[in-house]
Design a protein around this ligand. Structure first.
Ligand SMILES: [Zn+2]
Length: 238
């Protein structure tokens, strides 16, 4: 199955927090989108890997993505080496996306920057035909996505561009709240973490509001790029 966009996240919920509004909008515009989570987030303060699995499935339904896979790398300890790059390359060659979305280039959680570089490196390597990979016994063809965009998650990284997600804000929050065990819950007796506070949940909303304000729209999500982006004409921009 070929997809237009493939989104990678180090943990289930990274994509929902960073770029779910954009995914919802692209799907509404007729694009096909898939998600690949690198780990099960088994080191998360609250919940279990099993619970997060169910939550990720529920969130995928809210988003309407075509597929969601998990590479079951080790939460906290995966590294950017040949073995892990090949696992990511297999996914890129399997789905042949034009655009790849991946973690923030720098963040509070060390897995985010690691996942960001791992996926970005794999996008380049995936285009080299001398690197062999097989899936289900079949040799895969080389494939390099045209564009790699990094979403923004915890830290306030200055975006290179923003996507107008006005109209998709409610569904974005719904996809985040599918991770019931992870976020603000006044009835939970599990330990607190930086993402379980009410203010964290509110910050998701005010960041998209603020990025929207700065771009002259209601809500927006920000991304950074690895190279200059060209537009066909000045009129392409809002
Ligand atoms: Zn994460």
């Amino acid at each position: 199955m070929k997809l237009d966009i493939l989104a990678f996240g180090a943990h289930p919920d990274d994509i929902e927090l960073g770029c779910s509004g954009t995914i919802l909008k692209e799907i509404a515009l007729g694009k096909t989108v898939g998600i690949v989570d690198l780990t099960r987030g088994e080191l998360g303060t609250r919940g279990t890997a099993e619970i997060r699995n169910q939550e990720a499935t529920a969130a995928a339904k809210v988003l309407g993505v075509a597929v969601r896979e998990n590479l079951e790398m080790r939460d906290g300890f995966f590294v950017n080496d040949e073995k892990h790059q090949l696992e990511v390359i297999k996914m890129i060659r399997k789905y042949q996306p034009e655009i790849v979305l991946c973690n923030a280039i720098d963040d509070r959680h060390i897995d985010h920057a690691k996942g960001s570089k791992l996926v970005s490196d794999a996008c380049f390597l995936s285009g080299l035909r001398m690197i062999e990979s097989t899936l289900d016994g079949k040799v895969q063809e080389a494939w390099r996505p045209k564009l790699v965009y990094h979403y923004i998650q915890w830290k306030n990284i200055v975006p290179d561009f923003v996507v107008d997600i006005t109209g998709f804000e409610k569904q974005k929050v719904e996809s985040i709240l599918a991770y019931k065990s992870q976020f603000y819950d006044p009835n939970s007796d599990e330990p607190e973490s930086p993402i379980t506070s009410k203010t964290f949940l509110e910050s998701i909303n005010y960041r998209s509001r603020d990025l929207g304000r700065l771009a002259g729209v209601e809500y927006a999500e920000g991304f950074t790029v690895e190279r200059y982006l060209a537009v066909n004409s000045l009129g392409d921009l809002k």
